[in-house]
Design a protein around this ligand. Structure first.
Ligand code: ADQ
Length: 453
């Protein structure tokens, strides 16, 4: 949950989570990590069977595809669900044991949708909120999950439930009205409330963001500026189109590659004129669907390069690996076009990072209609339906031909919008809805560990 790191770093706090490895956690390593991060970390340990059921089977094998509107990829297992419940209960136990009654608990994401239910049972008066980082699917899709009533009832045990967009919130409210008996909704605007079992639950849209200032400043650092000039030179001054994503079937990478093929076919002027850099970060490599996707992308890149490469030009540069922060910023800064076309995405922070790092204000953002970020950025980005490869191809050509003045105008407005609505504003608006307080009201945590200089 790297998006939250800047806030925790500034305010301290306690982060409870599974460290991503099975077996016993090395306390010294965790203390070192706490010191480096600037906030305390406390592990919830999981064994191999729990990781398989809770993390791989239910979270990433059922909820992730279904919530991204891809029900045919979702697999359900009742045995695994029982373990998902057990792990959520363990998280609630650990939270209960490690926090005071007055501490506000803010649970993050789809792995932990039941924590409210268990924590409410242990501590009925506890104030707690939940934020869903992924989309909430339309009614007919959500209804397919075998545990729909358990999920909705458990979510309603939180005091505040946050979604990325109004569309997600609307989908959630429709599901609640259909599945949970005797609920009443009140209010309008960005936060509405639902009456459920004599409690009031607030439901809001809080689009997550980035630490704009940090991206903007780091993009102006000397190595990034030099690197980006070098990159442009290395690619012969061609128009650089950039795609950066975790290698995930929700990110629409094959469709994007097909769109590039169509663009190169329809607009011969682009041949030799553009270089497409796709960086895919390895993700969930133990899941068969992800391995199949990787092979599909490998093949497509090979096909398209085979079809169009000339002696002095290769259309696609494909990197299957993670890159350092400086390298990431260098790619962002050098790219003339950011091409981010997920089939579904809670927000898509890469789109915001690209704009923040585009300090020369001469880039164009092409963004999927189905990224949560489009709700905020649609006026100044070129928005596209990622399934319509012709439309995406036309958008690529349109961005390539766009006049300097228009690029600057759009990019300035994109950046201004992200600057105003940064990660601190996101936390602030959530806290205001949750406990009627602002981020500035929160002192440094008594156990706050200052970051290393
Ligand atoms: P993700 O699906 O991971 O997040 P995204 O929002 O784009 O998607 O965030 C990816 C993060 O990884 C970015 O901060 C980016 O800088 C980093 N990253 C990407 N490529 C990298 C690379 N090659 N090397 C190093 N770092 C890289 C989920 C949801 C999103 C939602 C976020 C936050 O799926 O929809 O926006 O949570 O809520």
């Amino acid at each position: 949950m790297t998006a939250l790191a800047p806030v925790l770093k500034n305010r301290g706090g306690l982060w409870i989570g599974w460290p991503g490895i099975t077996g016993e956690v090395d306390q010294q390593a965790l203390d070192d990590a706490s010191l480096k991060a600037g906030y305390r970390l406390h592990p919830v340990e999981l064994d191999e069977e729990e990781v398989e059921a809770f993390y791989r089977t239910i979270s990433n094998g059922a909820i992730w595809p279904l919530f991204h509107g891809l029900p045919t990829l979702a697999n359900y297992s009742q045995d695994a669900w029982d373990i998902y419940e057990r792990v959520n209960e363990r998280f609630a136990d650990v939270i209960y044991g490690r926090t005071k009654q007055t501490d506000y608990v803010w649970v993050q994401d789809y792995h932990l949708m039941l924590v409210g239910r268990y924590l409410r049972a242990l501590d009925p008066g506890r104030r707690m909120g939940f934020f869903l980082h992924i989309p909430f699917p339309p009614l007919d899709i959500f209804l397919q999950i075998p545990w729909r009533a358990q999920i909705l009832n458990a979510l309603l045990d939180f005091d505040l439930i946050g979604f990325q967009t109004m569309r997600d919130r609307r989908n959630f409210l429709e599901a609640v009205r259909r599945v949970v008996p005797d609920v009443r909704t009140h209010g309008a605007g960005s936060v509405v409330s639902v009456e459920h079992l004599d409690r009031e639950v607030r439901i809001g849209a809080f689009p997550i963001s980035i630490d704009y200032q940090e991206f903007c400043q780091q993009a102006q650092d000397w190595p990034v500026g030099e690197g980006s000039r070098w990159l442009k030179h290395a690619f012969g001054g061609r128009c650089i189109i950039l795609g950066i994503d975790r290698l995930d079937y929700t990110k629409g990478i094959p469709q994007r590659l097909e769109a590039l093929r169509v663009a190169l076919t329809r607009y011969p002027e682009l041949r030799g004129g553009v270089t497409f850099i796709q960086i895919a970060v390895p993700s969930r490599t133990d899941v068969p669907e992800y391995r199949v996707l990787k092979e599909q992308i490998d093949r497509l890149v090979g096909d398209i390069n085979g079809q169009f490469t000339e002696m002095d030009w290769t259309p696609i540069h494909y990197m299957y690996r993670s890159v350092s922060r400086d390298q990431l910023l260098t790619f962002y800064r050098a790219a003339d076009i950011g091409l981010l076309t997920p089939l579904a995405d809670g927000m898509n922070l890469v789109a915001k990072e690209y704009a923040a790092a585009n300090v020369d204000e001469n880039g164009v953002l092409i963004l999927s209609d189905f990224a949560g970020a489009a709700a905020q950025l649609h006026r100044w980005a070129i928005t596209v339906n990622p399934h319509n490869v012709l439309e995406v191809a036309d958008a690529i050509y349109g961005a390539y031909k766009m006049a300097q003045g228009e690029k600057r105008y759009r990019m300035r407005r994109l950046r201004a919008s992200i600057r105003r609505n940064d990660i601190f504003r996101w936390v602030d608006s959530f806290l205001e809805a949750a406990v009627a307080r602002h981020l500035d009201d929160f002192p440094y945590h008594e156990d706050y560990v200052p970051p290393l200089e």
